[in-house]
Design a protein around this ligand. Structure first.
Ligand SMILES: [Zn+2]
Length: 448
């Protein structure tokens, strides 16, 4: 049987292709899980009769689905329970005890809650850091909801880590390898694996180097960690490692093109040069950086030096949303008082949220733009409603500076509608909210 075909007629297609075309009145043809063609209005008018399903959406704007390269689904239940703390206290007093108290059921509820929010706010691909235990619950939530994801299991073996989250180096490596073998490439390639040593202070040197070495056995596997996030953390890193964070990774030989580093706020000139030289990827989380008081990453400098930068919301308790519109807005606004109003223009930020994310994850041939042959990861936005008559002339401004999750009407991932006309198709939000509430109550009982 030939794959099902869908024609989506739009008000506008923001392609993010090589020439960044925007096609007013354009259309997309989806065949199976991929984009078959992208049509301008004249091409659509000249097209012979279409055999397949037609979605007529003349008031909606099609964009590539957002790509969030740094997420902690295991923390979604903890939203609002760890506010107004700095990173190391936030981890020690709140997040580690909460994560350690997860059961399989609470982990599943946490993952579903996060994915529901991500999908309804237009995110189609994520990279998740996972937790030490119950990682399979995040994997199964990814599998059943249809989101595209790199999953991982947070690895921690250092002595000063919260005791019930600490594993032996061998156990951590063994269970990571087992998960990687089980999930990398699953769901028709929609699921991939990223080894995830949590951050330098929670890992032995051996764990860091052997975790990176593991990626060599799996094509497309990534190395996902945090780096240079907080000043107090950096003092401790210097004391333990005798070097700054990025320099230390270089010394260990783990700074590579598949090395994805969340934050990178407190980095030196030399470290920016190293990031460029090794083509390592910076995962910028502006809202989390503001809320934890961590600082402002030097993103304009990184971009001008040719370093890969993409965006992520980090976890719900340090943000407190998983909404890419807020990440884009903050990514733009926090640089302007320092670098001037022209820094981080809307089109630049939108690029980080789409093509930049795909590049960071090694998925540039699959997603991040609307082009023939790419996977059909598409979001349809209602931008014009009520207050934005200029959206047709500058969709990037309408999306980055005025956009909210309320604008998201449809989301397709891998050729399947996961959100249609304002409703989830793979998730039942009422049931998820009920079980999230129940599981959080049980989890907090286990903490106290
Ligand atoms: Zn994080």
């Amino acid at each position: 049987m030939p794959p099902s075909r869908t024609l989506i007629k739009t008000g506008s297609v923001v392609t993010m292709d090589a020439s960044r075309r925007v096609l007013p009145g354009g259309a997309l043809i989806i065949g199976g899980s991929s984009i078959e063609s992208v049509l301008s209005a004249p091409e659509l008018a000249a097209m012979p009769r279409f055999e397949g399903t037609v979605l007529s959406a003349p008031s909606l704007t099609a964009i590539p689905g957002f790509i969030q390269t740094h997420i902690h689904l295991c923390q979604t239940l903890f939203r609002g329970l760890a506010d107004d703390l700095e990173l190391l206290d936030w981890l020690r007093l709140k997040i580690y005890p909460f994560e350690a108290a997860h059961s399989a059921a609470s982990m599943h509820a946490s993952a579903l809650t996060g994915i529901a929010e991500l999908i309804r706010s237009g995110t189609t691909t994520i990279m998740d850091m996972g937790s030490v235990a119950h990682e399979e619950e995040i994997a199964s939530a990814v599998e059943e909801t249809g989101i595209r994801a790199f999953i991982g299991k947070a690895m921690m073996d250092a002595n000063d880590v919260y005791p019930s989250l600490r594993e032996s180096t061998e156990d951590s490596l063994r269970s990571t390898l087992a998960q990687a073998e089980r999930w990398h490439g699953k769901a028709g390639g929609r699921m991939k694996y990223a080894v995830a040593p949590r951050f330098v202070l929670s890992c032995s040197d051996r764990l860091l180097t052997e975790a990176h070495a593991m990626t060599a056995s799996f094509p497309g596997m990534l190395f996902h960690t945090h780096a240079a996030e907080n000043r107090r953390e950096m003092e401790a890193v210097r004391k333990r490692c005798g070097a700054d964070n990025i320099e230390f990774f270089e010394k260990l030989g783990i700074l590579r093109a598949n090395t994805c580093l969340a934050h990178c706020i407190w980095i030196s000139e030399n470290e920016i040069a190293l990031l460029r030289e090794r083509d390592a990827r910076v995962l910028h989380c502006p809202t989390s950086n503001l809320k934890l008081g961590s600082g402002i990453a030097p993103v304009p400098e990184l971009l001008s030096r040719g370093v890969s930068v993409s965006l992520g919301a980090d976890g719900a308790p340090c943000n407190n949303t998983l909404d890419m519109f807020q990440e884009m807005r903050h990514a733009a606004l926090i640089q302007k008082p320092v670098h001037g109003a022209s820094a981080m223009a809307a089109a630049v930020v939108f690029e980080l949220a789409t093509r930049g994310g795909a590049h960071a994850l090694g998925l540039a041939a699959e997603t991040g733009s609307l082009e023939p042959g790419r996977k059909a990861d598409i979001v349809l936005l209602d931008l014009g409603r009520l207050w934005n008559p200029a959206e047709e002339t500058n969709p990037y401004s309408a999306i980055v500076y005025s956009g909210t999750p309320e604008n998201v009407r449809y989301v397709m991932i891998d050729g399947a509608w996961v959100y249609r006309d304002g409703s989830h198709t793979t998730l039942r939000p009422g049931a998820i909210a009920g079980s999230a509430k129940k599981e959080l109550r049980l989890l907090l009982d286990r903490v106290h």
